[in-house]
Design a protein around this ligand. Structure first.
Ligand SMILES: [Zn+2]
Length: 124
């Protein structure tokens, strides 16, 4: 069995995709926060936002979210990624970041050098 792995470049935001969804809870009278950049949505109450997507900023964050969703979908169906995850889980190692996690970390940090608009065009 091959134990080859690709190490992530630089530091990665610890927030996982699932953790970002959990931040959008139904708390009355609170503003919703964008699950991507964390920006407060002035025109949306958290109680009115049913899904993480609904709290996204219009524009770039929405495009970025679409890219990440498409990437995660392909990663979850990727046998190499799934096998690697299982090995890391069994060895209790922190898992190596996938492309979607690296991108999420960069965009969260405000690094838009990799434009989501460009990626979306390639994914389609
Ligand atoms: Zn945003």
């Amino acid at each position: 069995m091959a134990h080859q792995r690709v190490e992530p470049q630089g530091s990665v935001h610890p927030g996982s995709p699932t953790a970002s969804v959990a931040t959008v809870r139904s708390v009355p009278r609170r503003r919703a926060f964008c699950p991507l950049c964390g920006g407060e949505q002035q025109d949306k109450l958290a109680s009115e936002v049913a899904t993480a997507e609904a709290a996204l900023c219009a524009g770039r964050c929405t495009v970025a979210w679409q890219v990440l969703t498409a990437l995660r979908l392909s990663e979850s169906g990727n046998e190499q990624v799934v096998a690697r995850r299982r090995e890391e889980w069994e060895a209790r190692e922190p898992h190596a970041a996938t492309l979607s996690e690296i991108l999420l970390g960069r965009w969260r940090a405000g690094d838009w050098a990799v434009a989501p608009e460009d990626l979306l065009g390639q994914l389609r």
